[in-house]
Design a binder for this molecule. Structure first.
Ligand code: ATP
Ligand code: MG
Length: 302
């Protein structure tokens, strides 16, 4: 479904009433083994139903596009540059990495490397330096994905700033290397709308705009389990209410800048350190104790 936001941008969002695209509805053909492995990777991601639908749509487009070519229907490659909006820790970098790896395995990208960059990697210190720096970065990303986080910071400083030169160079590079790399720009929603207004050619070059909503407390608890399991810890069942209260408080204290999944990662890392200190008081440790994070280990991160 398409929706026009307050800033006048078109956002592709999943209407809760709209049926999500599910791969389970597609016939299980042997050539879909790649899809199955992507589905498995997506299973580890909590929530993100809109993103999962987008990824299945991209898979379907690539697959059917191949079938169309095989049937002699001439097709032009699609532009796949994307714009991700969302608050910190909502999964934008994780999603971009997954998309880069899927496109490589689908043969849509020659190498599939994932280059993560920020303002300082594009903007130089003197006239002419920025254009060269930006071109060099794009060159490194050819055959893969160039992911620019906090892209709106390029628009900081307005017309006279070197950031503007970086934006203009990026637009030119997208033109020159049409389907040889995918550019994904990420940032907070409001700031990204301002960013797009900096160059008239920008808007139309990003056919895919995806918004990453904040996670619910329940989703954040599930993310806590995923991150704890990654690090071979378990969260004590009896302490879940303490963790819930801490997450709710963190959300309240940080307002719209709450760092979602990143905040949860910090909470777990801090809890692991506090568990270590707690266990130092004992001389013998069972395997269960070594794995378990208890209520007393969790503390507000600020
Ligand atoms: N849906 C999810 N399921 C499991 N873990 C998640 C999910 N979303 C985010 N995380 C975890 O939260 C952390 C932050 O995610 P990520 O870096 O992808 O967010 P981001 O939107 O790029 O953040 P930022 O804007 O701060 O760069 C990562 O450690 C990731 O593992
Ligand atoms: Mg990120």
């Amino acid at each position: 479904m398409k929706q026009t936001s307050k800033e006048g941008r078109i956002h592709v969002v999943l209407n809760p009433k709209e049926k999500p695209v599910l791969a389970a509805d597609w016939p299980d053909q042997p050539e879909h083994s790649l899809l199955r492995s992507i589905e498995q990777e997506m299973e580890a991601l909590i929530g993100l139903s809109g993103l999962k639908t987008l990824i299945r749509e991209l898979y379907a487009s690539a697959y059917i596009s191949k079938k169309r070519t095989e049937a002699g229907i001439e097709t032009k490659g699609h532009m796949l540059h994307m714009l991700f909006t969302g608050n910190p820790g909502t999964g934008k970098t994780t999603a971009a990495r997954l998309i880069a790896s899927m496109f490589k395995r689908l043969g849509l990208l020659e190498k599939g490397q994932f280059i993560e960059a920020e303002r300082a990697d594009l903007v130089g210190e003197y006239i002419g330096h920025t254009a060269q720096k930006t071109r060099d970065l794009v060159k490194k990303a050819l055959g893969g994905v160039l992911f620019i986080d906090e892209a709106y910071s390029l628009a900081r400083g307005g017309e006279k700033d070197f950031g503007k030169e970086a934006i203009d160079t990026l637009v030119k590079q997208m033109e020159d290397h049409q389907n040889s790399f995918i550019l994904i720009l990420a940032g907070y929603p409001r700031e990204m709308a301002h960013f797009l207004s900096m160059n008239p050619g920008l808007q139309s070059r990003f056919p895919l705009i995806h918004h990453f909503p904040d996670y619910s407390v329940d989703e954040l608890l599930q993310i806590a389990d995923v991150i704890a399991a990654e690090k071979k810890y378990e969260i004590d069942h009896d302490s879940r209410h303490i963790l819930t209260a801490i997450i709710e408080q963190e959300k309240r204290l940080s307002g719209f800048r709450f760092a979602n999944g990143r905040n949860i990662r910090t909470l777990i890392e801090k809890a692991a350190r506090r568990q270590a200190v707690r266990l130092m008081a004992q001389s013998v440790h069972s395997k269960k104790e070594l794995k378990m994070l208890k209520g007393e280990d969790f503390q507000l991160s600020q």
